[in-house]
Structure formats: C-alpha cells, structure tokens
Design a protein around this ligand. Structure first.
Ligand SMILES: *Cc1c(COP(=O)(O)O)cnc(C)c1O
Length: 384
C-alpha cells in the first residue's frame, strides 16, 4: 500500500493508515472533519510508469497503486468502472464546446458511480475481518453497498432517507439488506448509521468516509486514460456529499503527482437550488458551509443538506480554479429529457452536471469538457 498518511481537512492532524483503519467512524478524532490520503508518488512511479500501464484498458482496479489496499488477492469486484465516455455531436454543438463528453457512470453494476467506492469499502471491511456493514443512503449508496455485501456474504443494514426512490429501496431489499426507513432527511439517516456502529462493535461503517473517497478516484483516472492522458479543460459534476467532486480533484492531483499529466482540469461543482450550501459558500467566498434543513429537490441523490465532504468539494473548486453553479428542478429535468432524447438515460441527479454545463455555456465554448452522468435513468423515471 502506497498511502503514507491521512491528513485532516479541518485541523491538519495526521494519521497513519493503521490508525485510520482502527477508527470506528473514520473522521478526525480531534475536530470531526474528513480525512485525505497522501501517497508516496515516487514509489508509485516505479510501479506504473511503463508502456503497459498506458496501454492497458481503463478499468477500476487497473489503478490499484492509488488505492489503499494491501492484499490484491482478496479484492471484491462486480466489474465496476470501465464505463464509456460518450459524445453526441448535437449536444456538443448546443454547448459550442470543442468536445463535450459524458462519463456514463450508469453502466456500473448497480447503476451508479457508487460502485467504485463500494468495491474498495467492502474490500477493506473484509481485510479488517468484519462481516456486517452499515450505511446511510438517499438510495444509490444503499443499493450499491447491499449488492457488494451480498456478493461477499456479509450482512448489510441500510438507514434510508425519506427522499429515496422506490426502485432503489427495492434494489436493497432484493440483495437481502436489512432496510430501515428513516422518516427524515439524509443527515438524520447518517446519525442513525453512526449510532448503529457505536452500539454494534462487530459492524463496519460505510458511506462517505475516506475509503469511499479513494475508491471513487478511479472515475477521474479513467477519464484521463480514455482521453489518452490529454487533460480536459473542465470536468463538471454534481455535489451531494461532495465526495465525488473531491475524488475527482484527488485523481487529477495524483496523476500530476506521478508525472502522467501536467495539470488539473477546472472543476465545476453543481448543486440543486433547494440544496446549494456548497455553491453558496463558493459564491460568498466563505470558509464554512451553512447547512440546509430538510433539502428538497427532484435530484434526490444529491439532497444532502450538510455535506460530509462539503469543505473538500469547495477546496476542489477553488484550487482547480473552477466554479460553483446552482440549477433548479426544471433545468435538471429539461437537461435529463434532452439527454434521454439523444439516447443517454440518466436519473435526475445524473443530469445535474449537464444542466450545470448549459448554465455556464459561455465558459465552455471551444473547450473540452467532461460531464459526469452519475446514475441510471431506470432508477428514477419520474416525469416520463
Ligand atoms: C451519490 C450521488 C451523487 C452525489 O455524489 P456525492 O459524492 O454525494 O457528492 C450524484 N448523483 C448520483 C446519481 C449519486 O448516486
């Protein structure tokens, strides 16, 4: 494993990988903020800088040196990653971009990019000898963890926020998860999951904690790889808990770190108007994020009023010279419908990046941009 240590976003405290592994709730013990992994790039360089690394087909576990695993013989995989990078000429033209790609994450085993993080989290849970996992979810996280847990003969408890689409809950039940409906928003579901792990020593907490962030980086690696290591000008993604946005930044930073690329693309974070606390902080140039109570949006997968990785997402936008954008429900559904009419089916949250792209069209003229199409349309067909 090439992780040197984890650093706290809030207070800069550092933790060794084994210290992080022994935390019940993987956040800074001193200030409660999220933790960020730092790698030994010099050693990774020796491992990956070869023709075969450039040539090998982009898939999730191809990038194992950038993931915190020690035993490659016990990886848990359902074939996550290796998702297509799609371009539709009419859409590219609408925006006026040189190229506008969609990283179609719907093609993951359970229909969203969550599978990248789940693959790593369940691998870590097994590595640490656990056979029961617990998670809070607005739908996709729970259905993903439920599948990977079932595949590994682990028990799975999901605390589900009230916004979750029925199909996502059915997905969890199909995989045999113990589904506990929380009659409230995601923040409350998260508290319940954290309380559960405190009271059940044999369980392992999954969700937007450090392992997931590391696992999600592979979406960024694949984008660079699929563009033959030519760095796009912009990458556009929705913000729910902010984990995806931060993982993208980390991925681009890692590849600069090992010398595969020379710069980080500008990262555009997009939130729904009913739940835009990170974008608010970006617009107001503040250092803290004001949580939103009971967020409401048609994009249920990003209805997180107090994002765990909100500060990290803000940092990703700021340090990459990016942007924060809000879009309303009408704009989200219009973007989703347009994608569907061009053959790209996503759930409302999966169209948030494109709705954001339409909003900042002027920025994208003659540029190369990649929108993350995060989740499958069949999971939530409202309005069709
Ligand atoms: C989880 C999710 C998001 C938001 O990702 P975060 O990492 O929470 O910011 C967006 N779209 C879909 C479909 C998701 O499942």
């Amino acid at each position: 494993m090439y992780v040197k240590f984890f650093r706290c976003f809030g207070c800069d405290a550092t933790y060794l990988p084994e210290e992080v592994e022994s935390l019940q709730i993987m956040r800074c013990e001193k200030c409660g903020s999220a933790l960020d992994a730092e790698y030994d790039y010099e050693s990774i360089k020796k491992e990956i800088i070869s023709d075969s690394f450039r040539r090998d087909t982009p898939t999730h576990w191809k990038y194992w040196p950038f993931l915190p695993v020690s035993d490659l013989s016990s990886l848990v995989t359902l074939g996550e990653g290796a998702t297509p990078l799609l371009e539709h000429p009419a859409i590219t033209q609408t925006i006026g971009a040189a190229d506008l790609y969609f990283k179609y994450e719907a093609q993951n085993p359970t229909g969203s990019f969550k599978d990248r993080g789940s693959s790593l989290e369940i691998t870590k849970a097994l590595e640490l000898g656990k056979n029961k996992v617990v998670v809070a979810s607005t739908g996709n996280m729970g259905s993903s963890i439920a599948a990977y847990a079932a595949f590994s003969n682990m028990e799975c408890v999901v605390f589900v926020a009230d916004v979750a689409a029925d199909v996502k809950v059915a997905q969890m039940r199909a995989h045999g998860a113990d589904v506990r409906m929380v009659d409230d928003d995601y923040c409350i579901a998260m508290n319940e999951a954290e309380n559960y792990v405190r009271n059940n020593n044999d369980s392992f907490l999954t969700g937007d904690y450090p392992w997931r962030c590391e696992g999600t980086k592979t979406v960024g690696f694949e984008i660079l790889d699929q563009l033959y290591w030519k760095v796009p000008d912009y990458v556009i993604a929705p913000i729910g808990n902010g984990t995806l946005l931060w993982s993208l930044y980390e991925a681009f930073r890692d590849m600069v770190g090992v010398g595969m690329t020379e710069r980080i693309p500008r990262i555009i974070g997009v939130q729904a108007e009913g739940c835009n606390c990170v974008v608010q902080a970006w617009e107001d140039s503040t250092q803290s994020i004001e949580p939103i109570d009971d967020p409401i949006t048609v994009a249920t997968a990003i209805a997180c009023g107090d994002p765990i990785d909100g500060l990290a997402a803000l940092k990703a936008m700021r340090e990459s010279d990016g942007l924060g954008v809000s879009v309303n429900d009408d704009e989200i559904l219009a973007a989703r419908n347009e994608l569907a009419r061009h053959g790209i089916l996503v759930e409302p949250s999966g169209a948030v990046s494109y709705a954001g792209a339409l909003k900042v069209k002027d920025e994208l003229v003659e540029q190369t941009a990649v929108c993350i199409a995060t989740g499958h349309g069949l999971k939530d067909m409202q309005g069709f």
